[in-house]
Write a protein that binds this ligand. Structure first.
Ligand code: NOJ
Length: 559
């Protein structure tokens, strides 16, 4: 069996702090709110909590624009509150992960402010500045969000700085060793406090291949995607190794990188000596996004493709190291709306998705509200959207000839704000999220139907189904098989089903999924004679030929 690691056996819960629980009535979630809800997470059964950025920030990009790496933003509380959170988590046997955002800072970070104030200061080289060409930016790169990747420097002629995301997020220059040292010091500051590790943001972008000039545009805006010059560039491995050696590795931390790594390089990243514990794979969560990144257009994906991506990713990851499993996060709309036709959204299809993902090989991540089956929100106008990427995509949609109604419909389908609405705790004011008159983001009106309180008392709720899946992963009889067991795809050519085995030392678990609204009959090996779990109350008859009802999922074993 491969090496045991605490983070392989964990189940992670992702908290979007602005929307989790408001404790002081200002309409924004905070750390004390998270502390109040840790018992709920304990009941669900998770043992690691990842909290999206809570550092001091002007919040232009949901906190992924950090103005001070050492200070908790007062919107969320104080550094003392964070210490209290760590302490309570420890008492409950849970670890906490923070976000590590070191491809860029906020333009309000003291380093950047100093770089602007004094072009001779050492901080100038902490960022990427460049002269323009004939009054134009140094090149025509487009950021991840849609505009030019160069912003002109105020009060300086013909001078620009690079930003791969918003112009309020200048990119750091990792070539500068002193800057890197400061970053490692900061990482160790948090790890020394007892932090379990980090989710690492946009890390594949840190090595830049700066080229000036005009490149063939790939969109109506005359710009070209910056990724060709800043994603996974040769030489990046030196810094990733240096960072791991100096920080994560000595602390036995868990690290999960936001990184779509080409399979030939995967071992370097996630192998037993890899730079990270695991990476997120985007191939099935971004299955609805065209390769151009223009998510206002629909990719026209199919479940056959989804199955192919899942199987390929599992096999490639297994060959090279460890993976992270997720269906949702703060950059994705709700999974149920993405993967299931509106008329089929119900507890069967929600539990089917849960079964499919929670038992694959890797560490599962549950995004807040996913365990309740929360859904997308309907916004009536663009003013209701907070997310900067949503506004960018809307403008690009209009530029591409979408009518305002069509563009708004695309935002309703895919905006990141779909998953950033307040957590639905109960049927009281603002879904129990906040006592404020107005919350920072609209509460999904369906909280009267979908909320934690209702699901906690209903034995067959989506919440309890997630809980059972976690219990199954923790059951001493099945844990090793479900965590460390080999992933074996089954019935690969069959339409309508996804079937796989997890096998360790002759002990086998079979997961069978029907992802359609029609009954599917399928051949499975007759040796699976134990029924462990399923999403229908009349369980599958052990020993019978497998006939899967609409969206049915069953977990069988041969031990
Ligand atoms: C990825 C984060 O998940 C996303 O929310 C953010 O906008 C970008 N990185 C930039 O930091």
């Amino acid at each position: 069996m491969e090496n045991r690691e605490w983070w392989k056996e964990s189940v992670v819960y992702q908290v979007y702090p602005k929307s989790f629980q408001d404790s002081d009535g200002d309409g924004i979630g905070d750390i004390q709110g998270i502390i109040q809800r840790l018992d709920y997470l304990k009941e669900l059964g998770v043992d690691v909590v990842w909290i999206c950025p809570i550092y001091k920030s002007p919040m232009d990009d949901g906190g992924y624009d950090i103005a001070d790496y050492y200070t908790i933003d007062n919107m969320f509380g104080t550094n003392k509150d964070f210490d209290a959170l760590l302490e309570k988590a420890k008492m409950l046997g849970m670890k906490v992960l923070m976000d590590l955002v070191v491809n860029h800072t906020s333009d309000e970070h003291a380093w950047f402010q100093e770089a602007l104030r004094d072009p001779e200061s050492k901080y100038r080289d902490y960022y990427v500045f460049s002269e323009g060409i004939d009054g134009q930016p140094p090149n025509n790169w487009r950021t991840y969000f849609g505009e030019s990747a160069w912003e002109s420097v105020p009060n300086e002629d013909n001078m620009y700085y690079l930003h791969a995301f918003t112009k309020k997020q200048p990119d750091l220059n990792w070539e500068n060793q002193e800057m890197r040292e400061e970053i490692y010091q900061m990482i160790n500051y948090w790890l020394d406090k007892g932090l379990g590790g980090f989710r690492i943001d946009a890390i594949l972008n840190i090595k830049k291949r700066i080229e000036k000039g005009f490149f063939e545009p790939d969109g109506e805006d005359g710009l070209v995607f910056i990724g060709h010059w800043i994603l996974n560039q040769p030489g990046i491995e030196v810094w990733l190794k240096e960072m791991n050696d100096r920080t994560f590795q000595p602390h036995n931390s868990m690290t999960v990188a936001e990184a779509n790594v080409p399979s030939e390089r995967l071992k370097e990243y996630i192998g037993s000596q890899g730079f990270f514990s695991m990476v997120f794979d985007f191939s099935y969560t971004d299955i609805d996004v065209p390769s151009t990144g223009e998510w206002f257009k629909f990719s026209g994906w199919t479940w056959e493709l989804m199955k192919k991506h899942i199987f390929t990713n599992q096999l490639v990851t297994q060959e090279n190291g460890w993976g992270a499993l997720y269906l949702e996060n703060h950059d994705q709309p709700r999974s149920i709306d993405k993967y299931i036709p509106a008329s089929d959204i119900n507890d069967y299809s929600k539990k089917m998705l849960a079964t499919l993902f929670m038992l694959l090989r890797g560490t599962p991540f549950i995004y807040q509200g996913q365990e309740l089956g929360m859904t997308n929100i309907q916004m009536d106008s663009m003013e209701e959207y907070d997310d900067i990427a949503t506004h960018d995509q809307y403008s690009r949609a209009i530029l591409s000839g979408f009518s305002p109604e069509e563009a708004l419909a695309a935002m309703n389908r895919r905006s990141r704000d779909n998953s950033r609405t307040p957590m639905q705790w109960n049927t009281s004011k603002n879904s129990g999220f906040s006592q404020a008159e107005k919350t920072w983001m609209k509460v999904n009106p369906n909280y009267h139907m979908i909320n934690a309180e209702a699901e906690l008392v209903k034995a067959d709720s989506v919440f309890h189904y997630y809980r059972q899946l976690i219990l199954l992963r923790r059951d001493s009889r099945y844990q090793d098989t479900l965590v460390y067991g080999e992933f074996i795809p089954m019935n690969e050519q069959e339409d309508g089903t996804i079937i796989y085995q997890r096998v360790l030392d002759g002990k086998k678990v079979l997961v069978a999924i029907n992802y359609t609204n029609q009954t599917q009959s399928t051949e499975i090996l007759t040796e699976f004679d134990q029924y462990l779990l399923g999403n229908y109350d009349q369980p599958y008859q052990v020993g019978a030929k497998l006939s899967l009802r609409p969206y049915e999922s069953v977990v069988l074993a041969n031990f």
